[in-house]
Write a protein that binds this ligand. Structure first.
Ligand code: NCD
Length: 343
């Protein structure tokens, strides 16, 4: 198996199932009840050439919680790429300094090109509109965890993905990952011009899933188990698109009104975040804050155990995690967010 995590395409179902199991074992550490030091002495290189809050910080925190330390760089301005250095040279250089690398870059395929120059494990933290495999793994972990809580099977689930399905790399990786599992009903709702790429729809359909495509949320739907909303990726639009594609109309607003009129009390709402909360953005509405169906912060919390599991499996310490587990010595809040749901 390749030492890298570049695309969902290269993940076997056995690996995914094992990873979810390892992530579950990481929960006591992620919840700050236990400590482990299995990566003591290891160093991560976190290279982010595109905006990021949760991916960069959660990869960083996940590595630290395994006992490792992190070096990072953000943006092109302060890196040698601004002096014309190639991905190949940067990769070989950084590979000589660290034990694992996470990279985010605006160009599709760039992280794979970078990874081809090193045997040190490279994780794709997002390559332009391409893929974001660790996000898909944490999204899938979240769906499984929420379904277990709700007593629902994955087979036959109705998953509605909405927003910018053309440039949203998280939905590209997630739909490929879901395609590997038992047949589901997947409804894709995108503004005209921002539909899911045809090759991905064909791939999912070829695995026996039922796919529906719509261009508005203002319609009736069969009972929905998961609403997965995404942000319009305006930064990836061509000049032509900036003129012709208007973004979200108010009918794309996933908020209390949509949930109460089109969903059930057991629907969960996910979003990779960030949500655009500026007036007129019509992204996932803040009026859902405090609603237990809003799973977005449980989803971001899951980023830690899943990313810890990714490091532990890629670096071969997944069998050692419990060996030196200890209780934490400091005080932690029982609930992280003031609006966190009570189950
Ligand atoms: C997303 C990304 O960068 O692809 N965020 C994330 O990593 N959780 C989604 C986005 O930017 O809209």
């Amino acid at each position: 198996m390749s030492p890298h995590l570049l695309s969902v395409d290269t993940l076997s179902r056995d690996y995914i199932d094992h990873l979810l199991h390892v992530a579950k074992r990481m929960e006591p550490i992620a919840q700050r009840r236990k400590i482990t030091r299995v990566l003591e002495g290891a160093v991560l290189g976190n290279l982010f050439f595109e905006a990021s809050t949760r991916t960069r910080i959660s990869f960083n925190a996940a590595f630290c919680r395994l006992g490792g330390t992190v070096c990072d760089t953000t943006g092109f301005t302060f890196s040698s790429m601004a002096k014309g250095e190639s991905l190949y040279d940067t990769s070989r250089v950084i590979g000589g300094y660290v034990d694992a690398i996470v990279m985010r870059h605006p160009d599709q395929g760039s992280v794979a090109e970078f990874a081809s120059a090193t045997n040190v494990p490279v994780i794709n933290g997002g390559d332009g509109p391409g893929e974001h495999p660790s996000q898909a793994l944490l999204d899938f972990y979240t769906i499984n965890k929420e379904f277990t809580r709700l007593g629902k099977p994955l087979a036959g689930a109705h998953i509605l993905m909405t927003g910018d399905l053309k440039y949203g790399r998280t939905v590209h990786s997630l739909i490929k990952l879901l395609a590997r599992y038992e047949p589901m009903h997947i409804t894709l709702v995108a503004p005209p011009g921002l539909e899911m790429p045809v090759e991905l729809i064909e791939l999912v359909a070829s695995h026996g899933h039922r796919i529906e495509q719509r261009d508005s949320l203002d319609e009736s739907f069969e009972p929905i188990d998961v609403v997965y909303a995404t942000r319009i990726q305006k930064e990836r639009f061509t000049d032509e698109m900036l003129e012709s594609v208007s973004g979200f109309t108010p009918t794309f607003n996933v908020g209390r009104h949509f949930l109460n009129s089109r969903c059930t009390p057991q629907t969960i709402v996910m979003h990779p975040l960030p949500r655009d909360s500026r007036p007129g953005a019509n992204d996932l509405n803040v009026d859902l804050n405090g609603d237990p169906r809003l799973a977005i912060f449980r989803q971001t919390d899951n980023g830690i155990p899943v990313r810890m599991a990714i490091f532990a499996t890629l670096l071969g310490v997944d069998h050692l995690i419990e060996k030196d587990m200890r209780d934490v010595g400091w005080k932690t809040p029982t609930r992280v967010g003031v609006d966190d749901a009570d189950f």
